[in-house]
Design a protein around this ligand. Sequence first.
Ligand SMILES: [Zn+2]
Length: 157
Amino acid sequence: MGISTSVYIGAFLRIPCFTRVEPAQPAGCGRRCGAQVPAGSRFCPACGARAQGPQPERTRQVKPRPYDLDDEAADSLFWTPEYIDGGENATVWLPNERGTGTVVNADGGSATLSLRELDLNALQARYANEWAHVLERIRERFGVTAEVDVGVVVYSH
Ligand SMILES: [Zn+2]
């Protein structure tokens, strides 16, 4: 078992992390039988299962993943490597579509890629346009503004 490292060069999305408040939960049955469990009880009075909670209100930091969009058409366009750092409080989504960028696998051997012909501003504008519906969905669903960036993403998998 090992961790491989790949290098992606091209357009990608950078999505700021955000916080979500999870409301407090009253005490309940661990088997979810529906019975009311009095505060302080360790077991459900109806079915005898272990009681759960109560849980105080919690604030959780969310690193959004494409499937969190709850929009199959948009989420199928992107994926997120398991080990990735999108910078300070952000996450990175890479496009699934071939031709958007180039992946160089660094698992042995070497590769070269000339970037001289790349017009970074034109690429950024092109994908900001192509992914406009995804950016809109991210705004709607997460309340944050994603950035279309063009560059080098190094990730392990
Ligand atoms: Zn129960």
